[in-house]
Design a protein around this ligand. Structure first.
Ligand code: PSU
Ligand code: MN
Length: 306
């Protein structure tokens, strides 16, 4: 495997990829922008442990000093968690600038997919993805995550998307771009904090083995683009839909009145929702990420056994 000259893959990840062993990619925006310190570091380290316990090698992805990294040390994870939002959120358009300037960047779903693919990693676990924002018919605010799912062959295991987004339009967009949306053990798109959204997914799949088979068929066909696996939050950690939806509506109203836009929108809304719902949403968020890490590791293992 010829590595991209801007990419550093740590020894354990490199060996696993070369030997065809299961590897799961993880994003770093969830660490620096998604949760407060020190819970972010604790969660990121637990996620890596859960992936190992389920038979795969974790590869947390980030940009450090202008180098694209696949596989971080615990010290690097601590650094990202502590620096938090002072680290730039890096999307596709930011990669070249961060490399040229030798700066750090927290990778979103988009850039984690890009770097995972460069490193030969096929499966990626996270919390939630970006999508078509409410009001996008006038703001044109559509996350680059959807474009990336349309063109980069990585399976993204998430808990659906928060209803800070227009979930119906998000599904329309993914359909147009040929991205399969799978519900794990459900016919309904989960909405991150809750198991239900009222929107149907394309396919219900009930085992990691079937997920692996479907993704293998997509790669064998040479179809470009990824696959979105939506894994509902475990029942015992799911939140009351009214409580969370009220917080989301209030957060969106505040963002509109303050004129928040561009790359700030998603982090602003996420932080507001956390303030409005206190520790409850953080605890749920942590648990759904663990749940996705387990499924991604099992799927990566099944994929390697095909
Ligand atoms: N949605 C969440 N949690 C997150 C994100 C989105 O529920 O942490 C982060 C992810 O890193 C995602 C990014 O890729 O925000 C999307 O940002 P934007 O909407 O600006 O594309
Ligand atoms: Mn946006």
């Amino acid at each position: 495997m010829e590595l991209n000259k801007y990419l550093d893959v740590n020894a354990e990840v490199l060996q696993a990829v070369r030997e065809g062993k299961p590897v799961v990619a993880l994003e770093s925006t969830i660490i620096s922008h998604g949760m407060p310190y020190p819970q972010n570091v604790e969660t990121a380290l637990n996620v890596e442990r859960i992936i190992r316990e389920n038979g795969a090698v974790p590869a947390t992805i980030a940009i450090i000093g202008g180098r694209l990294k696949a596989g971080l040390t615990p010290e690097e994870i601590e650094y990202f968690g502590k620096k938090g939002t002072a680290i730039a959120k890096a999307s596709r358009r930011d990669l070249a600038a961060l490399i040229a300037r030798g700066e750090d960047g927290a990778t979103t779903v988009t850039t984690t997919m890009i770097i995972a693919h460069m490193a030969g990693i096929k499966i990626f676990a996270t919390g939630g993805i970006g999508g078509v924002h409410r009001g996008a018919e006038t703001t044109m605010d559509i996350s680059a995550d959807l474009e990336e799912l349309a063109m980069t062959p990585v399976m993204v295991v998430c808990a659906g998307a928060k209803s800070i987004l227009d979930l119906g339009l998000t599904l329309e967009y993914l359909e147009t771009h040929g991205v399969p949306v799978v519900g794990f053990g459900t016919k309904e798109l989960p909405a991150f904090y809750t198991r239900k959204s009222g929107f149907a997914v394309d396919y219900e799949i009930d085992t990691p083995e079937e997920l692996a088979k479907m993704f293998k068929a997509q790669s064998d066909l040479g179809l470009k683009g990824g696959m979105l696996v939506t894994n509902p939050i475990p029942e015992e950690y799911s939140m009351d839909a009214d409580v969370i939806n009220k917080a989301i509506d209030n957060a969106i109203a505040e963002a509109v009145s303050l004129g928040i836009h561009g790359k700030e929108t998603t982090p602003f809304l996420l932080a507001k929702i956390k303030d409005l719902t206190g520790g409850d949403s953080l605890a749920s968020n942590i648990q759904l990420v663990y749940n996705n890490a387990r499924l991604a590791a099992k799927t990566a293992k099944a994929y390697c056994e095909l």
